[in-house]
Write a protein that binds this ligand. Sequence first.
Ligand SMILES: [Zn+2]
Length: 196
Amino acid sequence: MDGARRAEFAPQPEPVRPGRFPALVLNADYRPLSYYPLSLWSWQEAVKAAWLERVDIVAEYDRVVRSPSTGIRLPSVVVLRAYVKPRRRVAFTRFNLFLRDEFRCQYCGVRGELTFDHVIPRARGGRTCWENVVAACAPCNLRKGARSPARAGMRLRRPPRRPSAEELRAIGRRFPPNHLHETWLDFLYWDAELEA
Ligand SMILES: [Zn+2]
């Protein structure tokens, strides 16, 4: 068997796909840049930022990517060289709203497939804002229809309001993302214990 043919039959390493080997991004104070969603970059972004000296590499995966001239281990944790001031105001997003409501229907408390409910229905002038939108399961949403909770004989578990960044952060710690690489754990929960 000649060389070329042998190479053809040699087991090929699994290609590093874009969505795999994400890097946890820390602010210059070594706290995650954001918790929700957790600040993650693709390995390409992390490698590029390290190359441009915008970040330092704190921890690495075992996985190496090779170019013709060099090989580099994929970063699993990177830290920004310049501190980014965190935003104090919480963005009104679907995810943040579910997080505020702890992924529970605000009428019956069930966890599962959730929808959004306008407490004062839009048809009656209810706005789409922190104070008027809650997580609700489909059966509760259907039952309530275009009525106020009082008319529908339903009670909210608590009055909806805009959460502070700290409140959301505290809730976020109880709902960690599905995938956590072992090198991320120190940076995710260390400060939580110091503050407790
Ligand atoms: Zn419900």
